[in-house]
Design a protein around this ligand. Structure first.
Ligand SMILES: [Zn+2]
Length: 280
């Protein structure tokens, strides 16, 4: 605790961190980094993911178009949200990774989004995908990755790498897998690497508000997480099982928040729940 306190003090003195309050939930967050630093780390982690030869971007418009469509609407909703100022400043980028076996999607600080084609089988429709993307985008907007990094004391190493990469000399250092995972990459796990329960709940809650505001039926999120629990049940890695919010809790919470999301959805022009391409 004392180390943390000193960190906050230093961060405050240097103007690089401190406490923030989540504008939706009122939860206070400890952050050791500035938004600018986080965005730089997000960009570095993203370029590292994209430079991995195993991560081929999909060239198929049937896979790319729906993802871009949903992302554009979610991003517009984010710009109208309580995170509007940050969403305006993000350099949003969306990549569809051709990997039918990997059930994954993430959004990194700065608005760097990746969707693996494997998630189509669970998302089913563009409304299901909107639930996934709303959730992931909230992790980035609510600075969950930065918070997790601060807790894991990974901030300094990641900052050095990101700083070197951004420098004119080129740097060339690589961000560690741990730092990338903390930021939210989670690719090697193969299922949506969960944040802590409180982060997951926050992403679920604000995520359905964003999806509803984007014109997608927020009730689709219930089916989505039910299908997600089915495919990840049993064989998931230990971290996933131990930190994943209990499935029943998640569904129960979603139902509690649904009236608020539905009230928003009913004021919007609904977007049809178009089917996503099926993957083998
Ligand atoms: Zn999550």
């Amino acid at each position: 605790m004392r180390l943390v306190a000193i960190g906050v003090l230093l961060g405050t003195v240097l103007g690089i961190g401190g406490c923030e309050t989540n504008p939706y939930t009122g939860r206070s967050q400890l952050l050791m980094t500035s938004v600018e630093q986080e965005n730089q780390m997000g960009a570095q982690a993203y370029s590292q993911v994209k430079s991995d030869p195993k991560m081929r971007p999909s060239q198929d418009p049937r896979e790319v178009e729906p993802v871009k469509r949903v992302a554009a609407r979610i991003i517009e909703a984010a710009k109208r949200s309580k995170y509007g100022e940050m969403a305006q400043q993000f350099q949003w980028e969306v990549t569809v990774i051709k990997d039918d076996k990997t059930l994954n999607a993430f959004a990194l600080p700065g608005g760097k989004i990746a969707v693996y084609t494997g998630i189509f089988s669970v998302a089913k429709t563009e409304a299901g995908l909107a639930a996934v993307m709303g959730h992931e985008v909230v992790h980035a907007l609510a600075r969950h990755g930065a918070e997790r990094m601060s807790q894991g004391q990974l901030t300094n190493a990641a900052l050095q790498v990101a700083g070197a990469a951004a420098g004119a000399s080129g740097g060339g250092g690589l961000m560690s897998q741990a730092a990338m995972a903390a930021l939210g990459v989670g690719a090697q796990v193969g299922v949506l690497l969960p944040f802590s329960r409180k982060h997951e709940s926050e992403a679920d809650y604000i995520g359905i508000l964003l999806a509803a505001d984007a014109g997608y039926d927020p009730r689709e999120s219930v089916g989505l997480w039910e299908r997600m629990a089915q495919v990840s049940g049993g064989g998931g890695p230990a971290e996933f099982m131990s930190t994943h919010p209990g499935h029943e809790t998640r569904i129960e919470q979603l139902k509690q928040w649904m009236p608020e999301a539905m009230a928003i959805y009913q004021t919007r022009q609904p977007v049809p729940a178009m089917a996503l391409p099926s993957v083998p």
